[in-house]
Design a protein around this ligand. Sequence first.
Ligand code: NAD
Length: 268
Amino acid sequence: MFDVSGKVCVVTGAGRGIGHAIAMIYARHGGIVVGAARSLDELEQLKKDVEGVGGEALVVRTDVTQRGEVDALAAAAVEKYGTIDVWVNNAGGFVDGAMCDWIDVEADAMARMWTLNVSSYVYGAQAAARVMRDGGRGGSMIFISSLDALNACPGGEGPYGAAKAAITHIMQSMAVELGRYQIRVNAIAPGLVQTPLLEPYLATPEIVRQRAQYYPLGRIGQPADVANAALFMASDASSYVSGATLLVAGGAIFNSDPIRYLQALADA
Ligand code: NAD
């Protein structure tokens, strides 16, 4: 059941971090990987990694903020493999100039945050949905969201959390709209995961230990934790799951930023 044998699985941001882990778990479970990222070096390494576990990968240099490039990614998958079965919207993250209190966010930075974390997911979901609908075989789309989507993120991640919250709404609407084509649309909401994205914020073991205290299971996440959930969502094991957000956050049921923010004010 937890298997994607023969499924064509597109993963954006597959060069490193969570996206790389998802691409690799699909490869190890029989999937054909179509990996997208901006860095050619990362993509070449991904291809080697997938082939190293006996898998097959097509890698396509893609900037997900450019609709034309996302459409070209979908077209490349269809041209080579005839279909798309799984589409993972994963590329995303922080944007310079928007990682501050809302009162200070510049319009331009807010727009870039939205383009990277919201518009790009829509571009990907539209391109994938059209292929899945026209192919008549259905499919699974997975939006990598965040624990930050659940509640306030004061002190730096407000605009990022708002963008992740928006994709929850888009995911749910698309799940309703696309169900008749047997296209499932779900989200995975990770808590803190140790990836290159967070290197500046998890600089020392002491900081990692402190942050782990906010997770009931006593540790922060690893890319493999998210990849395991992405395997479930892509596989037939989740064939009756659509419109859902799966928290992969070590038992955390809300983002703890408000607590830490108020504590910092009290300590100041
Ligand atoms: P990362 O920075 O380690 O990897 C992100 C990948 O996406 C990189 O390969 C990067 O080059 C690529 N990417 C970024 N912008 C792109 C663009 N415009 N076009 C194409 N590729 C682009 O980040 P990560 O931690 O693996 O994050 C992956 C996803 O998980 C993101 O959507 C992020 O918001 C989400 N997330 C991460 C965490 C965490 O704690 N790391 C927590 C919750 C959600």
